[in-house]
Design a protein around this ligand. Structure first.
Ligand code: FE
Length: 227
């Protein structure tokens, strides 16, 4: 298996490239529009053929590179089946398996940060989008976000995975690249709570600034970054 983690400085987004070392098929998770040429260069350096691109959810803080990658490489675009983006070619269901040569990537519906958020699990690599972050969790104050759904997705789904599962989030603002389910269970301050009401109370009082250009980003992402 070939695995690369690429960081976008401007939005602190992590993009992931996964590929089979035998068949050379590649998949990209959460590409950023401005970095599409870099991904294409990386694919060619590694002698890989991009066949699939996934967005974990409709992003509010950056524009997706999914549409541009589809146009340039003829790869297929994938999102979870709760996406409001009509342009997505394949909409996967909870527990559906995405194939990449001999690799299997399992889709997990994990709403809360947004109503369309999915996470993706490949062996012991969990790509959590913005559902579960390192030492944090994705905000729930726009795009049909819901703190109770976030609690259920995290506590009843993601934290049920084996503790050694590696956590690769959609963002990090503090230079952290990877964690594990076990570490987050123990140390993530937002998860050290007694019940769902305590979690909802925390999430409803984060008082975060609205992302710059949120309306433009969402409108553009509904068209896979084509406007
Ligand atoms: Fe997000």
């Amino acid at each position: 298996m070939i695995f690369k983690q690429v960081f976008d400085q401007k939005s602190s987004t992590y993009t992931y490239l996964i590929a089979s070392s035998t068949g050379r098929e590649a998949l990209i998770i959460d590409p950023v529009l401005e970095n599409v040429e870099d991904y294409i260069k990386l694919l060619s350096e590694l002698d890989l053929r991009l066949v699939k691109v996934i967005d974990t959810h409709i992003h509010a803080d950056h524009v997706t590179g999914a549409g541009k990658l589809r146009d340039k490489t003829k790869c297929v675009t994938i999102m979870g089946d709760h996406t409001p983006a009509d342009a997505v070619e394949i909409k996967v269901k909870d527990e559906e398996v995405i194939k990449l040569d001999e690799l299997n990537i399992r889709a997990l519906y994990t709403p809360g940060h947004t109503s369309d958020s999915f996470s993706f699990l490949m062996d012991n690599y969990l790509f959590s989008g913005d559902t579960l972050l390192i030492n944090g969790t994705g905000r729930t104050d726009f795009q049909n976000g819901n703190a109770k759904d976030s609690y259920d997705s995290i506590f009843h789904k993601l934290l049920k995975l084996p503790s050694e599962t590696l956590l690769y989030p959609g963002h990090d603002y503090n230079g952290k690249m990877v964690s594990s389910i076990g570490k987050e269970k123990k140390f993530n301050p937002r998860l050290q709570i007694n019940d769902v009401d305590e979690y909802i109370e925390i999430m409803n009082n984060l008082n975060l600034k609205t992302p710059d250009q949120i309306d433009f980003n969402i409108a553009s992402n509904l068209k896979l970054g084509s406007i």
